[in-house]
Design a protein around this ligand. Structure first.
Ligand SMILES: Cc1ncc(C[n+]2csc(CCOP(=O)(O)OP(=O)(O)O)c2C)c(N)n1
Ligand SMILES: [Mg+2]
Length: 588
């Protein structure tokens, strides 16, 4: 049996170290499925229920392992479904390869069934975007796709017409002026040198040497530089503020961090940003500039891997291009250790108060159940090296504040696209790559409902993922956003009763536990975490618990009050919740 193009394609990906492809078959990729079947000893195919989830899984694979994530979809609708997950990869700078099918070359352009010009559709999302017209293009085109995804940290897309998929890999049907000569370069990714020049590092050290009130802002690009971040923070007596995607850069109980920034960050981080005179940004392209110091108010140095992003967010006196870990290690010996620790101590004290306030909200005595209590229990009972995935919604705020990074814990969510629904597929993608880790998705009812069929994927693949649903029967985040804008909520709550997702889990052979009383939260979470297979805990929480910003500004409070006056439904329960939050904090 001669080798077909699809077999060569998958084989070349295996040479590159690809061991998993997430996808869903269709008549546009039958040849590629045959290629996967023939290469099944080298590459595992993970059958999903929705292509969007396959793209999220590939993105999560890249986030958690640092290696290329690969997803596969059929021509037309399948390729269209991948897009949201691919934009997640693009915006969070993850190397992902999407493979799609295409109509046979002989009928392209004739308006055949499902004919969608996926290469055109993907122009915006993909850094490398290529149709394969001739078997001779392989493996050069595969190599270029993989290298581009890694080098540009983004999406590569290959679309393969049906007839090419099953053509003889060695076929070359046409006469050429420039015959293809696939280079036999080793399938290894070489990273660009990561150490900035001495001159650049000296300029950073000089700028920091002049600072009196210095902070470090650490993002996802510094996830591998924990020890170096902490050492630099110690030398500078500077608190580390973390972006949400950079939550696992340093542990939450470190005396050197004031936790998150932005709407779901901490009050000390917000206040500190207003007070500093010097900022060192490391591995972050934090987009919410409103939460960064005003331009011109502070001196800024930035260490950033991508030359396109260095200094691109706020006026930056010393932008430096390099790998966070190497650059910080190179910077450390150039720093004059600061003995004045007053600024750091002030914010350590503030963080002490903030931590107490947050702990007070994890009130076990509340009915309906406080979401903060649910995360608090999960935080306490989960392993020290658990991986938590999360979704966009109020859940992100609860996780940001009540899920603590300690030990080898990791945390992933859709940082820049901030899309709903990746939490569950992320957990599946990561569990496939890390079968021995405890992988937990803490997600909302809205996000879960969008891709809930993927829980069946977890069951079928016998993946022990743990799903904890913060079920507020609402698109909670938007409810509060409407009120902060001064508009009474509209179209954001589901009619009662609350959906029962635990029943769905149980009906399909997993462990499913519905929790409606605070007294049952702990035992349910304990049981789920201790279960050897997939488990889902669906917790009805208080739908009227607002995720307030760490520092509520006068304007926000005013708009909130205005919404109340304009006819906000459920005023009484919201007010009661806010009142109890305050009382709990005062008691602490
Ligand atoms: C695909 C998509 N649609 C809509 C939104 C806008 N959005 C952001 S959070 C959110 C609510 C999410 O609801 P749920 O998952 O139940 O979480 P909750 O906020 O209730 O905790 C919505 C609608 C989005 N980010 N992504
Ligand atoms: Mg919800």
């Amino acid at each position: 049996m001669s080798e077909i193009v699809s077999e060569a394609l998958i084989g070349r990906l295996a040479d590159w170290g690809v061991d998993t492809v997430f996808g869903l078959p269709g008549d546009g990729i039958n040849g590629i499925m045959e290629g996967l079947r023939r290469q099944q000893d080298r590459v595992r195919f993970v059958l999903v229920h929705h292509e969007e989830a396959a793209a999220f899984m590939a993105t999560a694979h890249a986030k958690a392992t640092g290696k290329l994530g690969v997803c596969l979809a059929t021509s037309g609708p399948g390729g269209i479904h991948l897009l949201n997950g691919l934009y997640d990869a693009k915006l969070d700078h993850m190397p992902v390869l999407a493979i799609t099918g295409m109509q046979e070359t002989s009928i392209l352009g004739t308006g055949y069934q499902q004919e969608v010009n996926l290469d055109k559709l993907y122009e915006d999302v993909a850094e490398y975007d290529q149709m394969i017209y001739n078997p001779a293009q392989l493996p050069t085109v595969v190599d270029n796709a993989v290298r581009t995804a890694y080098a540009r940290r983004g999406v590569a897309h290959l679309t393969v017409p049906n007839d090419i998929q099953v053509a003889d890999a060695g076929a070359d049907p046409w006469q050429h002026v420039a015959p293809a000569r696939p280079p036999q370069t080793a399938p290894v990714m070489l990273s660009a040198p990561g150490m900035p020049s001495d001159h650049d590092l000296e300029r950073v050290a000089d700028l920091l040497g002049d600072g009196k009130k210095i902070a470090i802002l650490a993002g996802a690009g510094a996830r591998h530089a924990r020890a170096e971040l902490l050492a630099v923070a110690e030398a500078l007596a500077a608190p580390i503020v973390k972006t949400l995607s950079g939550k696992d850069t340093v542990p939450d109980d470190s005396p050197y961090t004031t936790g998150g920034i932005g709407l779901l960050g901490t009050r000390p981080s917000e206040e500190l940003m207003e007070e500093i005179d010097t900022l060192l940004m490391v591995g972050t392209n934090f987009p919410y500039t409103k939460h960064l110091p005003e331009p011109g108010k502070v001196r800024v140095a930035q260490i950033e891997a991508d030359p396109m992003r260095a200094g691109a967010r706020i006026p930056t006196e010393v932008p430096v291009v390099g790998d966070a870990k190497q650059a910080l290690a190179g910077l450390l010996p150039l720093l004059k250790p600061r003995s004045d620790t007053k600024f750091l101590e002030k914010y350590q004290k503030e963080m002490g108060k903030w931590r107490k306030n947050m702990a007070a909200l994890q009130d076990a005595g509340r009915e309906p159940i406080a979401p903060q209590y649910l995360v608090g229990v999960l935080d306490e009972l989960a392993a020290d090296d658990a991986v938590l995935t999360c979704d966009s919604g109020t859940i992100a705020t609860w996780a940001a504040r009540h899920w603590h990074i300690r030990g080898g814990r990791e945390f992933f969510l859709s940082g820049n696209l901030a899309t709903m629904a990746p939490g569950l597929p992320y957990a599946i993608g990561i569990q496939h790559a890390m079968p021995d880790r405890q992988v937990i998705a803490f997600i909302g009812d809205g996000g879960f409902a969008m891709l809930m069929a993927e829980f069946i994927t977890a069951i079928k693949h016998k993946l022990p993922v743990k799903i904890v649903i913060n079920n507020n029967n609402a698109l909670g985040q938007i409810l509060w956003e409407q009120m902060i804008l001064g508009y009474p909520e509209y179209g954001v709550r589901e009619p009662e009763p609350f959906a029962d997702y635990a029943a769905f889990a149980t009906a399909n052979g997993a462990l499913g536990i519905k929790v409606t009383r605070a007294g049952d939260v702990r035992s349910a979470v304990q049981q789920a975490l201790g279960h050897s297979g997939p488990a889902l805990v669906d917790v009805n929480v208080n739908p009227d618990e607002p995720p307030l910003p760490g520092k509520v500004e006068y304007d926000q409070a005013k708009k909130f009050a205005q919404a109340f006056l304009k006819g906000q439904p459920r005023k009484a329960t919201i007010a009661t919740t806010l009142f109890r939050d305050k009382i709990d904090q005062l008691k602490a």
